[in-house]
Ligand binder design. Structure first.
Ligand SMILES: Nc1ncnc2c1ncn2[C@@H]1O[C@H](COP(=O)(O)OP(=O)(O)O)[C@@H](O)[C@H]1O
Ligand code: SF4
Ligand SMILES: [Mg+2]
Length: 421
């Protein structure tokens, strides 16, 4: 894991104006996306996958909102719904003050210029039969836009912008590495100078050694082009350095939303803490031990019938009766830090009268003082990934040998929840 090697000092001073003072670009309220489950010849609806189940957030101009959570918690669905590639089941989406919740395909067309998506799979998302020039120029054709100097010149400029060569114009996707393909995907997304870019796990499919380069490229382009990002990742380390704020999702809900520094220095939701402590985090409150790791047990429950009360109660080591019976609202406990938890970390207890742990809580997670942790997960032994902000952007580096997997171990039990349909 590269996480421990990164220091916050390496973060470029990104926000000149405080994020909280900037204009809201995207506002999402009570957003829901339920996928109906149908059975029998009559195809009657017998239930629903509650992929996104009532989330609220806003994204301000020029900021990067990171969205993290285990596989299957609804991140991609959220991304597809806020870009209106899918229709929401409930709630509302406002873009630049305009209600786009129910806009038709035709109604959305003019907005397609402003809202773009970068997809996870750099192999599947580029048509193998089209040249790079054809792929990156598609947005111009679709929108009927003629850039100054012509399409070809503009596409070549875009290719250079993302660190490729203008000579790549006539080549085909199979001639490129994963990292280069993702650069092509980025060039395509930026062609029409969008205002909002939603990137769904843009580097998850890439070799660890390439991940930082692509993330840094996106970061540089943001400053250059004044972009606003929603970057989805399952691993906090990916979004850590580029996000102004981070939303942590669990089973279709946002459980914590905070600026980067608060989230890292004093996470309040136990789930956030668990996600982070896949990498040792010093915790001065723990007597003796310098740090501890929380290894979550069990799988993410099914979004078809999520647990009552707090959805995390079946895996939370702090869960009490109130957690099982009452859903904790997402409250701003500190300025800029919203948390949905009855017994938050690093903050006063919200339900101090409720002290008896659920019997399952004791088995829900394992607290491992790092000094005594004999079996560090494989990821801990991974060779260091290049993480410095000035990592070489050279395409040659993309042929670097495979580095070990960088999965956050706390996220692993849920790796296959996508299959639960
Ligand atoms: N088109 C669909 N039909 C039915 N269920 C879906 C569909 N798309 C996603 N889901 C389900 O919604 C949940 C959230 O999925 P997804 O948004 O892909 O999560 P993530 O991106 O966080 O891994 C999963 O349980 C997934 O199986
Ligand atoms: S302490 Fe209770 S409310 Fe908080 S995350 Fe754990 S189960 Fe949920
Ligand atoms: Mg996804």
């Amino acid at each position: 894991m590269s996480e421990t090697k990164k220091s916050d000092a390496a973060v470029p001073a990104q926000a000149s104006a405080p994020v909280a003072e900037r204009e809201v670009l995207l506002k999402v309220e009570g957003l829901q996306k339920h996928f109906p489950i149908r059975k029998g010849v009559l195809q009657r609806q017998v239930g629903a996958v509650k992929a996104v189940d009532g989330i609220d957030f806003e994204v301000r101009k020029g900021e990067t909102l990171g969205v993290v959570g285990e596989s299957g918690c609804g991140k991609s669905t959220m991304g597809r719904v806020i870009t209106r590639l899918q229709d929401p089941t409930g709630g509302s989406i406002h873009f630049e003050g305009q209600d786009i919740t129910r806009l038709s395909t035709a109604g959305m067309r003019p907005l397609r210029r402003d809202i773009q998506m970068i997809f996870q799979d750099p192999y599947g998302s580029l048509n193998p039969r089209h040249t790079i020039g054809g792929i990156v120029s598609a947005p111009f054709r679709l929108q009927g836009v003629e850039p100054e100097g012509g399409v070809k010149k503009e596409v070549q400029r875009l290719l250079e912008l993302v660190g490729l060569s203008p000579e790549h114009y006539n080549r085909y996707p199979h001639e490129f590495s994963g990292g280069q393909r993702q650069r092509i995907g980025i060039a395509r997304a930026l062609a029409l100078k969008p205002k909002l870019v939603v990137a769904d796990e843009p580097v998850s499919a890439l070799d660890v050694s390439i991940q930082a380069q692509v993330v840094n490229l996106m970061d540089d382009l943001q400053e250059e082009l004044g972009l606003t990002y929603v970057i989805i990742a399952h691993d906090l380390s990916v979004v850590r350095h580029v996000s102004d704020r981070i939303a942590v999702m669990y089973l279709g809900k946002i459980v914590e939303l905070a600026d980067r520094t608060s989230l890292y220095e004093a996470p309040m939701h136990p789930y956030t803490k668990a996600l982070m402590s896949a990498v040792p985090v010093p915790d001065p409150k723990r007597r003796g031990a310098k740090s501890e790791r929380i290894l979550l047990r069990g799988d993410v429950p099914s979004p078809i019938s999520p647990p009552s009360g707090c959805r995390f109660h079946t895996r939370c080591w702090k869960a009490t009766e109130v957690c099982k019976s009452t859903e904790p609202p997402l409250l701003e406990l500190r300025p800029g830090q919203r948390v949905a938890c009855h017994h938050p970390e690093n903050f006063e207890d919200q339900q101090p009268q409720d002290t008896v742990l659920l019997s399952a809580a004791k088995a829900a997670a394992e607290l491992v003082p790092t000094e005594e942790a004999p079996e560090a997960p494989a990821a801990e032994e991974a060779p260091e990934a290049p993480v410095s902000e000035d990592a070489p952007e050279a395409a040659a580096a993309e042929d670097a040998p495979e580095a070990a997997d960088s999965e956050v171990s706390a996220a692993e039990p849920a790796a296959d929840t996508d299959d639960k349909k």
